[in-house]
Design a protein around this ligand. Structure first.
Ligand code: TRP
Ligand code: SF4
Length: 405
Protein backbone atom coordinates (compact mmCIF):
# COMPACT_ATOMS: atom_id res chain seq x y z
CA UNK A 1 0.00 0.00 0.00
CA UNK A 2 1.27 3.44 -0.90
CA UNK A 3 2.04 5.97 1.81
CA UNK A 4 -0.16 9.02 1.41
CA UNK A 5 1.33 12.45 1.93
CA UNK A 6 -1.86 14.34 2.70
CA UNK A 7 -0.15 17.70 2.70
CA UNK A 8 0.66 17.27 -0.98
CA UNK A 9 -2.76 16.06 -1.96
CA UNK A 10 -5.54 18.26 -3.27
CA UNK A 11 -9.09 17.34 -4.04
CA UNK A 12 -11.75 19.51 -5.60
CA UNK A 13 -14.97 18.98 -7.45
CA UNK A 14 -17.49 20.86 -9.54
CA UNK A 15 -21.12 20.13 -10.15
CA UNK A 16 -21.91 19.53 -13.80
CA UNK A 17 -24.10 22.54 -14.42
CA UNK A 18 -23.38 22.97 -18.12
CA UNK A 19 -20.83 24.97 -20.04
CA UNK A 20 -18.49 27.05 -17.93
CA UNK A 21 -18.14 30.81 -18.31
CA UNK A 22 -15.34 33.33 -17.87
CA UNK A 23 -16.21 33.71 -14.20
CA UNK A 24 -15.32 30.05 -13.64
CA UNK A 25 -12.15 30.53 -15.66
CA UNK A 26 -10.84 33.57 -13.77
CA UNK A 27 -11.88 32.10 -10.43
CA UNK A 28 -11.70 28.34 -10.07
CA UNK A 29 -9.92 27.11 -13.19
CA UNK A 30 -6.95 29.48 -13.14
CA UNK A 31 -6.44 28.44 -9.53
CA UNK A 32 -6.52 24.74 -10.50
CA UNK A 33 -4.05 25.45 -13.31
CA UNK A 34 -1.58 26.76 -10.77
CA UNK A 35 -2.21 24.03 -8.21
CA UNK A 36 -1.79 21.15 -10.64
CA UNK A 37 1.95 21.86 -10.82
CA UNK A 38 2.41 22.19 -7.07
CA UNK A 39 0.32 19.32 -5.70
CA UNK A 40 -0.95 15.85 -6.43
CA UNK A 41 -4.37 16.98 -7.66
CA UNK A 42 -7.63 15.04 -7.94
CA UNK A 43 -10.35 16.98 -9.78
CA UNK A 44 -13.75 15.41 -10.23
CA UNK A 45 -17.16 15.96 -11.71
CA UNK A 46 -19.66 15.81 -8.85
CA UNK A 47 -22.54 14.17 -10.73
CA UNK A 48 -24.09 12.62 -7.62
CA UNK A 49 -24.13 16.09 -6.08
CA UNK A 50 -26.07 17.33 -9.09
CA UNK A 51 -28.69 14.67 -8.31
CA UNK A 52 -29.23 16.04 -4.81
CA UNK A 53 -31.03 19.03 -6.37
CA UNK A 54 -31.90 17.71 -9.86
CA UNK A 55 -33.21 14.26 -9.07
CA UNK A 56 -36.34 14.92 -11.08
CA UNK A 57 -34.61 15.86 -14.31
CA UNK A 58 -31.28 14.04 -14.42
CA UNK A 59 -31.16 13.67 -18.18
CA UNK A 60 -29.16 16.81 -18.89
CA UNK A 61 -26.43 15.82 -16.48
CA UNK A 62 -24.65 13.57 -18.96
CA UNK A 63 -24.13 16.30 -21.56
CA UNK A 64 -23.10 18.71 -18.84
CA UNK A 65 -20.48 16.24 -17.66
CA UNK A 66 -18.75 16.05 -21.03
CA UNK A 67 -19.04 19.78 -21.67
CA UNK A 68 -17.40 20.47 -18.36
CA UNK A 69 -14.56 18.00 -18.79
CA UNK A 70 -13.81 19.51 -22.21
CA UNK A 71 -13.86 22.97 -20.62
CA UNK A 72 -11.30 21.82 -18.05
CA UNK A 73 -9.03 20.29 -20.65
CA UNK A 74 -9.40 23.26 -22.99
CA UNK A 75 -8.50 25.64 -20.16
CA UNK A 76 -5.25 23.75 -19.73
CA UNK A 77 -5.89 21.22 -16.97
CA UNK A 78 -3.36 18.56 -17.80
CA UNK A 79 -4.38 14.94 -17.31
CA UNK A 80 -0.68 14.11 -17.06
CA UNK A 81 -0.37 16.13 -13.84
CA UNK A 82 -3.89 15.98 -12.41
CA UNK A 83 -6.28 13.06 -12.04
CA UNK A 84 -9.63 13.89 -13.68
CA UNK A 85 -12.55 11.65 -12.87
CA UNK A 86 -16.25 11.15 -12.44
CA UNK A 87 -17.68 10.71 -8.95
CA UNK A 88 -20.29 8.08 -9.88
CA UNK A 89 -17.57 5.85 -11.35
CA UNK A 90 -15.78 5.65 -8.00
CA UNK A 91 -18.28 3.85 -5.77
CA UNK A 92 -15.92 4.14 -2.80
CA UNK A 93 -17.29 7.67 -2.31
CA UNK A 94 -20.71 6.16 -1.61
CA UNK A 95 -19.28 3.46 0.57
CA UNK A 96 -17.41 5.90 2.77
CA UNK A 97 -20.46 8.19 2.84
CA UNK A 98 -22.51 5.33 4.26
CA UNK A 99 -19.93 4.42 6.88
CA UNK A 100 -19.51 8.04 7.96
CA UNK A 101 -23.27 8.45 8.20
CA UNK A 102 -23.24 6.01 11.14
CA UNK A 103 -21.26 8.42 13.31
CA UNK A 104 -22.52 11.79 12.05
CA UNK A 105 -24.98 13.50 14.40
CA UNK A 106 -28.06 14.80 12.57
CA UNK A 107 -27.60 18.19 14.19
CA UNK A 108 -24.29 18.70 12.37
CA UNK A 109 -26.05 18.41 9.03
CA UNK A 110 -29.03 20.52 10.02
CA UNK A 111 -26.70 23.28 11.19
CA UNK A 112 -24.74 23.59 7.91
CA UNK A 113 -25.75 27.07 6.68
CA UNK A 114 -26.18 26.00 3.04
CA UNK A 115 -28.93 23.56 4.07
CA UNK A 116 -31.55 26.18 4.93
CA UNK A 117 -30.17 28.76 2.45
CA UNK A 118 -30.48 26.48 -0.54
CA UNK A 119 -33.92 25.27 0.47
CA UNK A 120 -35.01 28.93 0.60
CA UNK A 121 -33.34 29.76 -2.68
CA UNK A 122 -34.66 26.76 -4.61
CA UNK A 123 -38.22 27.03 -3.32
CA UNK A 124 -39.70 25.48 -6.45
CA UNK A 125 -37.95 22.19 -5.62
CA UNK A 126 -38.83 19.76 -2.87
CA UNK A 127 -35.53 19.51 -1.05
CA UNK A 128 -36.85 17.91 2.11
CA UNK A 129 -35.00 14.76 1.08
CA UNK A 130 -32.54 12.52 2.83
CA UNK A 131 -30.03 13.01 -0.01
CA UNK A 132 -30.15 16.78 0.20
CA UNK A 133 -29.65 16.82 3.96
CA UNK A 134 -26.74 14.40 3.61
CA UNK A 135 -25.06 16.20 0.74
CA UNK A 136 -22.35 17.90 2.85
CA UNK A 137 -21.48 14.50 4.27
CA UNK A 138 -21.14 13.11 0.76
CA UNK A 139 -18.73 15.97 0.18
CA UNK A 140 -16.84 14.93 3.32
CA UNK A 141 -16.56 11.44 1.91
CA UNK A 142 -15.33 12.87 -1.42
CA UNK A 143 -12.48 14.54 0.42
CA UNK A 144 -11.65 11.98 3.08
CA UNK A 145 -11.63 9.03 0.70
CA UNK A 146 -8.45 10.56 -0.83
CA UNK A 147 -7.07 11.73 2.51
CA UNK A 148 -6.59 15.11 0.85
CA UNK A 149 -4.89 17.73 3.01
CA UNK A 150 -6.15 20.74 1.03
CA UNK A 151 -9.43 21.50 -0.64
CA UNK A 152 -9.71 24.53 -2.91
CA UNK A 153 -13.23 25.94 -2.52
CA UNK A 154 -15.10 29.21 -2.60
CA UNK A 155 -16.16 30.96 0.60
CA UNK A 156 -19.66 29.45 0.35
CA UNK A 157 -18.21 25.95 0.83
CA UNK A 158 -16.01 26.58 3.86
CA UNK A 159 -18.67 25.36 6.31
CA UNK A 160 -18.62 21.99 4.51
CA UNK A 161 -14.88 21.68 5.02
CA UNK A 162 -15.31 22.60 8.68
CA UNK A 163 -17.84 19.82 9.08
CA UNK A 164 -15.51 17.42 7.27
CA UNK A 165 -12.83 18.19 9.84
CA UNK A 166 -15.24 17.42 12.65
CA UNK A 167 -16.31 14.16 11.04
CA UNK A 168 -12.67 13.11 10.56
CA UNK A 169 -11.84 13.98 14.16
CA UNK A 170 -14.80 12.02 15.43
CA UNK A 171 -13.93 9.04 13.26
CA UNK A 172 -10.32 9.01 14.45
CA UNK A 173 -11.43 9.40 18.02
CA UNK A 174 -13.84 6.46 17.87
CA UNK A 175 -11.92 4.06 15.65
CA UNK A 176 -8.32 5.20 16.04
CA UNK A 177 -7.96 3.87 19.55
CA UNK A 178 -7.25 0.21 19.25
CA UNK A 179 -6.74 -1.63 22.53
CA UNK A 180 -3.20 -1.05 23.71
CA UNK A 181 -2.74 2.06 21.56
CA UNK A 182 -0.35 3.80 23.94
CA UNK A 183 1.89 0.75 24.30
CA UNK A 184 1.99 0.31 20.54
CA UNK A 185 2.82 3.97 20.03
CA UNK A 186 5.62 3.78 22.59
CA UNK A 187 7.00 0.67 20.89
CA UNK A 188 6.85 2.45 17.53
CA UNK A 189 8.84 5.39 18.90
CA UNK A 190 11.64 3.04 19.90
CA UNK A 191 11.82 1.69 16.36
CA UNK A 192 12.87 5.11 15.08
CA UNK A 193 16.25 4.80 16.74
CA UNK A 194 17.57 6.57 19.82
CA UNK A 195 18.26 10.02 18.44
CA UNK A 196 15.08 10.35 16.42
CA UNK A 197 12.99 8.89 19.26
CA UNK A 198 14.35 11.46 21.68
CA UNK A 199 13.63 14.28 19.22
CA UNK A 200 10.08 13.00 18.63
CA UNK A 201 9.39 12.86 22.37
CA UNK A 202 10.72 16.37 22.91
CA UNK A 203 8.68 17.83 20.08
CA UNK A 204 5.54 16.01 21.19
CA UNK A 205 5.96 17.32 24.70
CA UNK A 206 6.48 20.87 23.45
CA UNK A 207 3.28 20.65 21.46
CA UNK A 208 1.12 18.93 24.05
CA UNK A 209 2.32 21.00 27.01
CA UNK A 210 2.90 24.39 25.40
CA UNK A 211 0.80 24.21 22.27
CA UNK A 212 3.92 24.93 20.20
CA UNK A 213 2.64 24.46 16.65
CA UNK A 214 6.10 24.80 15.15
CA UNK A 215 7.15 21.78 17.17
CA UNK A 216 4.15 19.93 15.76
CA UNK A 217 5.18 20.79 12.21
CA UNK A 218 8.76 19.72 12.82
CA UNK A 219 7.65 16.44 14.36
CA UNK A 220 5.37 15.76 11.39
CA UNK A 221 8.23 16.36 9.01
CA UNK A 222 10.41 14.07 11.10
CA UNK A 223 7.81 11.31 10.87
CA UNK A 224 7.38 11.76 7.12
CA UNK A 225 11.08 11.10 6.65
CA UNK A 226 11.17 7.86 8.64
CA UNK A 227 12.08 4.91 6.47
CA UNK A 228 12.28 2.09 8.94
CA UNK A 229 8.83 2.07 10.54
CA UNK A 230 5.67 0.62 9.05
CA UNK A 231 2.78 2.69 7.69
CA UNK A 232 0.57 1.60 10.56
CA UNK A 233 3.18 2.71 13.08
CA UNK A 234 3.61 5.98 11.27
CA UNK A 235 -0.09 6.73 11.47
CA UNK A 236 -0.11 5.78 15.13
CA UNK A 237 2.70 8.23 15.77
CA UNK A 238 0.98 11.01 13.83
CA UNK A 239 -2.05 10.54 16.07
CA UNK A 240 -0.02 10.12 19.26
CA UNK A 241 1.73 13.39 18.49
CA UNK A 242 -1.50 15.28 19.01
CA UNK A 243 -2.49 13.29 22.05
CA UNK A 244 -5.14 11.30 20.23
CA UNK A 245 -5.40 7.92 18.60
CA UNK A 246 -4.27 6.78 15.19
CA UNK A 247 -5.00 9.24 12.38
CA UNK A 248 -6.92 7.22 9.84
CA UNK A 249 -8.65 10.13 8.17
CA UNK A 250 -6.53 13.31 8.27
CA UNK A 251 -8.36 16.61 8.72
CA UNK A 252 -8.37 18.67 5.53
CA UNK A 253 -7.90 22.43 5.24
CA UNK A 254 -9.94 24.71 3.02
CA UNK A 255 -7.76 26.48 0.48
CA UNK A 256 -9.83 29.54 -0.23
CA UNK A 257 -10.09 30.30 -3.94
CA UNK A 258 -8.97 33.90 -4.47
CA UNK A 259 -12.16 35.91 -4.95
CA UNK A 260 -12.57 36.31 -8.70
CA UNK A 261 -13.16 39.95 -9.53
CA UNK A 262 -14.93 38.86 -12.64
CA UNK A 263 -17.82 41.16 -13.42
CA UNK A 264 -20.56 40.07 -15.77
CA UNK A 265 -22.00 42.04 -18.67
CA UNK A 266 -24.16 44.13 -16.31
CA UNK A 267 -21.49 44.84 -13.69
CA UNK A 268 -22.84 42.31 -11.18
CA UNK A 269 -20.76 39.23 -10.47
CA UNK A 270 -20.74 36.95 -13.52
CA UNK A 271 -23.23 34.16 -12.87
CA UNK A 272 -25.54 31.96 -14.86
CA UNK A 273 -28.45 32.93 -12.64
CA UNK A 274 -28.04 36.62 -13.57
CA UNK A 275 -27.89 35.85 -17.30
CA UNK A 276 -24.81 38.07 -17.63
CA UNK A 277 -22.18 35.58 -18.73
CA UNK A 278 -19.69 35.15 -21.53
CA UNK A 279 -19.04 31.49 -22.15
CA UNK A 280 -15.54 30.10 -21.86
CA UNK A 281 -15.84 28.84 -25.43
CA UNK A 282 -18.20 31.47 -26.82
CA UNK A 283 -17.67 32.07 -30.53
CA UNK A 284 -15.95 35.39 -31.36
CA UNK A 285 -18.95 36.96 -33.11
CA UNK A 286 -21.18 36.38 -30.11
CA UNK A 287 -18.53 37.82 -27.81
CA UNK A 288 -18.27 40.92 -30.00
CA UNK A 289 -22.05 41.27 -30.05
CA UNK A 290 -22.40 40.84 -26.29
CA UNK A 291 -19.78 43.51 -25.64
CA UNK A 292 -21.29 45.83 -28.24
CA UNK A 293 -24.70 45.73 -26.58
CA UNK A 294 -23.36 46.18 -23.04
CA UNK A 295 -24.88 48.92 -20.93
CA UNK A 296 -22.52 51.90 -20.39
CA UNK A 297 -22.64 54.91 -18.07
CA UNK A 298 -26.36 55.79 -18.24
CA UNK A 299 -25.53 59.53 -17.91
CA UNK A 300 -23.57 59.42 -21.13
CA UNK A 301 -26.40 59.76 -23.62
CA UNK A 302 -24.71 61.54 -26.53
CA UNK A 303 -21.24 60.96 -27.90
CA UNK A 304 -20.33 64.50 -26.83
CA UNK A 305 -21.32 63.91 -23.17
CA UNK A 306 -18.38 63.13 -20.90
CA UNK A 307 -18.77 59.85 -19.00
CA UNK A 308 -17.69 58.30 -15.72
CA UNK A 309 -15.99 54.89 -15.96
CA UNK A 310 -16.84 54.20 -12.33
CA UNK A 311 -20.49 54.01 -13.35
CA UNK A 312 -19.84 51.74 -16.32
CA UNK A 313 -19.60 47.93 -16.39
CA UNK A 314 -17.35 48.13 -19.47
CA UNK A 315 -14.68 49.77 -17.33
CA UNK A 316 -14.88 46.90 -14.85
CA UNK A 317 -14.04 44.48 -17.62
CA UNK A 318 -11.18 46.72 -18.78
CA UNK A 319 -9.74 46.32 -15.29
CA UNK A 320 -9.54 42.57 -15.84
CA UNK A 321 -8.39 42.59 -19.44
CA UNK A 322 -6.50 45.79 -20.28
CA UNK A 323 -2.96 46.99 -19.61
CA UNK A 324 -2.15 50.33 -17.98
CA UNK A 325 -1.92 52.24 -21.26
CA UNK A 326 -5.34 51.12 -22.42
CA UNK A 327 -6.84 51.88 -19.03
CA UNK A 328 -5.39 55.41 -19.06
CA UNK A 329 -6.79 55.86 -22.55
CA UNK A 330 -10.26 54.79 -21.32
CA UNK A 331 -10.16 57.02 -18.25
CA UNK A 332 -9.06 60.14 -20.11
CA UNK A 333 -11.08 59.50 -23.24
CA UNK A 334 -14.29 58.77 -21.35
CA UNK A 335 -14.08 61.69 -18.93
CA UNK A 336 -13.24 64.17 -21.71
CA UNK A 337 -15.64 62.68 -24.28
CA UNK A 338 -12.53 62.13 -26.37
CA UNK A 339 -13.57 58.58 -27.25
CA UNK A 340 -16.95 57.04 -27.92
CA UNK A 341 -18.29 53.94 -26.24
CA UNK A 342 -18.03 51.80 -29.35
CA UNK A 343 -14.38 52.75 -29.63
CA UNK A 344 -13.85 52.03 -25.95
CA UNK A 345 -15.33 48.55 -26.20
CA UNK A 346 -13.25 47.48 -29.18
CA UNK A 347 -9.94 46.66 -27.40
CA UNK A 348 -11.92 44.89 -24.70
CA UNK A 349 -13.71 42.58 -27.12
CA UNK A 350 -10.38 41.94 -28.85
CA UNK A 351 -8.69 41.00 -25.57
CA UNK A 352 -11.43 38.56 -24.59
CA UNK A 353 -11.44 36.93 -28.01
CA UNK A 354 -7.66 36.68 -27.90
CA UNK A 355 -7.78 34.99 -24.49
CA UNK A 356 -10.34 32.48 -25.73
CA UNK A 357 -8.64 31.64 -29.01
CA UNK A 358 -6.26 28.93 -27.71
CA UNK A 359 -8.97 27.56 -25.42
CA UNK A 360 -11.40 27.15 -28.30
CA UNK A 361 -8.66 25.61 -30.39
CA UNK A 362 -7.78 23.02 -27.76
CA UNK A 363 -11.46 22.25 -27.22
CA UNK A 364 -11.95 21.53 -30.90
CA UNK A 365 -9.56 18.61 -30.69
CA UNK A 366 -11.50 17.07 -27.82
CA UNK A 367 -14.88 17.75 -29.38
CA UNK A 368 -13.84 15.97 -32.53
CA UNK A 369 -12.40 13.02 -30.66
CA UNK A 370 -14.77 12.12 -27.85
CA UNK A 371 -12.91 8.84 -27.46
CA UNK A 372 -9.91 10.83 -26.31
CA UNK A 373 -11.95 12.55 -23.60
CA UNK A 374 -13.54 9.31 -22.47
CA UNK A 375 -10.11 7.69 -22.32
CA UNK A 376 -8.75 10.47 -20.12
CA UNK A 377 -11.69 10.19 -17.75
CA UNK A 378 -11.55 6.37 -17.69
CA UNK A 379 -7.89 6.46 -16.77
CA UNK A 380 -8.55 9.09 -14.11
CA UNK A 381 -11.34 6.99 -12.61
CA UNK A 382 -9.03 4.04 -12.38
CA UNK A 383 -6.32 6.05 -10.62
CA UNK A 384 -8.91 7.57 -8.30
CA UNK A 385 -10.38 4.17 -7.46
CA UNK A 386 -7.04 2.78 -6.58
CA UNK A 387 -6.34 5.65 -4.15
CA UNK A 388 -9.87 5.50 -2.73
CA UNK A 389 -9.84 1.77 -2.14
CA UNK A 390 -6.59 2.03 -0.14
CA UNK A 391 -8.42 4.36 2.23
CA UNK A 392 -11.47 2.12 2.39
CA UNK A 393 -9.27 -0.82 3.37
CA UNK A 394 -7.95 1.14 6.33
CA UNK A 395 -11.37 2.41 7.28
CA UNK A 396 -12.92 -1.06 7.22
CA UNK A 397 -10.03 -2.43 9.17
CA UNK A 398 -10.45 0.24 11.84
CA UNK A 399 -14.19 -0.41 12.01
CA UNK A 400 -13.70 -4.14 12.36
CA UNK A 401 -15.24 -4.93 8.99
CA UNK A 402 -12.53 -7.23 7.74
CA UNK A 403 -13.92 -10.74 7.49
CA UNK A 404 -11.84 -13.67 6.51
CA UNK A 405 -14.02 -15.10 3.76
N1 TRP B 1 -20.28 21.08 -3.23
C1 TRP B 1 -19.40 21.67 -4.20
C2 TRP B 1 -20.16 22.76 -4.96
O1 TRP B 1 -21.37 22.74 -4.99
C3 TRP B 1 -18.89 20.65 -5.18
C4 TRP B 1 -18.17 19.56 -4.46
C5 TRP B 1 -18.64 18.32 -4.20
C6 TRP B 1 -16.87 19.64 -3.90
N2 TRP B 1 -17.71 17.59 -3.52
C7 TRP B 1 -16.63 18.37 -3.32
C8 TRP B 1 -15.91 20.64 -3.80
C9 TRP B 1 -15.45 18.09 -2.63
C10 TRP B 1 -14.74 20.37 -3.11
C11 TRP B 1 -14.51 19.08 -2.54
O2 TRP B 1 -19.50 23.62 -5.52
FE1 SF4 C 1 -18.07 53.13 -20.43
FE2 SF4 C 1 -16.02 53.35 -22.09
FE3 SF4 C 1 -18.37 54.50 -22.68
FE4 SF4 C 1 -16.88 55.47 -20.73
S1 SF4 C 1 -16.36 55.41 -22.90
S2 SF4 C 1 -19.08 55.10 -20.64
S3 SF4 C 1 -15.97 53.61 -19.89
S4 SF4 C 1 -17.94 52.32 -22.49
Amino acid sequence: MAVVDSQKRILSGMRPTGKLHLGHYHGVLKNWLKLQHEYDCFFFVADWHALTTHYEDPYQIEQAVWDMVIDWLAAGINPGSATLFLQSRVPEHAELHLLLSMITPLGWLERVPTYKDQQEKLKEKDLATYGFLGYPLLQSADILVYRAGHVPVGADQVSHIEMTREVARRFNHIYGREPGFEEQAEAAIKKMGKKQAKLYRELRKRFLEQGDSEALETARALLSEQQNISIGDKERLFGYLEGGGKVILPEPQALLTPEAKMPGLDGQKMSKSYGNTIGLREDPDTVAEKIKTMQTDPQRVRRTDPGDPDKCPVWQLHQVYSDDDTRDWVQQGCRSAGIGCIECKKPLADAIIEEQRPIIERARRYEQDTGLVRGIVAEGCERARSAASDTLDEVMNAMGLIYDI
